[in-house]
Design a protein around this ligand. Structure first.
Ligand code: TRP
Length: 333
């Protein structure tokens, strides 16, 4: 039997280049080798969007379009909608007994997200404890491998701890997952910030039009110490060059630009124009496939329903083992 992959995304909107580099690229690469499930995590998206549940339906569709657009093959990969697998909720509740409050409070990603979100009425328990439900996501599928961006490493670590505790306490039912990082650990935002994030407005989306991409690239942050195009510039830590390294297949062009930039013989505009050209040819086929599927909503819905059906079957089978291990298979006959 093939080893399994489980990973997922919150459907809070369309996916961007950060998602691509962090995880989508690995999923596309490994989909033929691994039995792959991708979770459209609408329940997790609710943890910080519970005031706008009406957006979830369309966002789920948008995320599925992005999956298809980047080349996930629906004959191979199962797209699973989280809320349609109620077994996940059950496993989350059992896992809650295996995690301490102190451990949750130490999770660096959750801490950072809480800071960004500025919850006016205090941190909802649902948000604060989402690493537990994410551990259920991963383990109900008995995933061996979880392709994710760097920010998700604490979630995988939490899942591994829960698995060890569960298996020691009850029976060896669950699989300890491994994280797999993207080729680039973290893609900075177009503003040079640590990462692309919808709430920061520093993203390039996979479905963006040529014009939108051009505008974003031309307004990107570069080297803040450089005032004139004749000043020697910094390449390291300059997001425009980070993107060149990732998305421009013409390595000779990138090297030449870097050299001229360091010497102060090339302006930001030319560097950005070349980046736009590279990005646009990377995104063009993705954009095209996205539009093709967007024109066939019924087909996309079928793909989601079929993936979820298969995913749920796996979840149900794991839950039978979990309940047996926990001795909650009472038969009152
Ligand atoms: N937390 C992930 C994100 O914000 C989404 C996610 C939910 C996930 N469940 C998962 C990722 C399980 C990996 C495995 O992008």
């Amino acid at each position: 039997m093939n080893k399994r992959i489980l990973t997922g995304d919150r459907p809070t909107g369309p996916l961007h280049l950060g998602h691509y580099v962090g995880s989508l690229q690995n999923r596309v690469k490994l989909q033929h080798e691994y039995d792959t499930y991708v979770l459209i995590a609408d329940v997790q998206a609710l943890t910080d969007n519970f005031e706008h549940p009406e957006k979830l339906g369309d966002n789920i569709f948008q995320v599925a379009l992005d999956y298809l657009a980047v080349g996930l093959d629906p004959e191979k990969v199962k797209f699973v909608v989280q809320s349609m697998v109620p077994e996940l909720t059950e496993l989350t509740i059992y896992f809650m007994n295996l995690v301490t409050v102190a451990t949750l409070e130490r999770n660096p990603t959750v801490k950072e997200e809480i800071k960004q979100r500025n919850f006016v009425k205090g941190v909802p328990v649902g948000f604060w404890s989402y690493p537990i439900s994410q551990a259920a996501d991963i383990t109900i599928f008995k995933a061996d491998l979880v392709p994710v961006g760097e920010d998700q490493l604490p979630m995988i670590e939490q899942a591994r701890e829960i698995v060890r505790r569960f298996n020691r306490l009850y029976a060896k039912v669950l699989v300890e997952p491994r994280a797999m990082l993207g080729a680039v650990a973290r893609l900075p935002g177009t503003d040079g910030g640590a990462k692309m994030s919808k709430s920061l407005g520093n993203c390039i989306y996979l479905g963006d039009s040529s014009e939108q991409v051009r505008k974003r690239v031309m307004s990107m942050f570069t080297d803040p110490t450089r005032i004139h195009p004749t000043d020697p510039g910094h390449v390291e830590g300059n997001p425009v060059f980070t993107y060149h390294d990732v998305f421009n297949p013409d390595k000779a062009e990138v090297e030449a630009l870097k050299e001229r930039y360091r010497k102060g013989t090339v302006g930001d505009v030319e560097v950005k124009q070349k980046l736009f050209a590279a990005l646009d040819s990377f995104l063009a086929p993705i954009r095209e496939r996205r539009a093709e599927f967007a024109a066939q909503p019924k087909r996309v819905h079928e793909i989601i329903i079929e993936g979820t059906r298969k995913g749920r079957a796996v979840a149900q089978s794991t839950m039978n083992e979990v309940r047996t291990a926990m001795k909650i298979t009472y038969k009152f006959e």
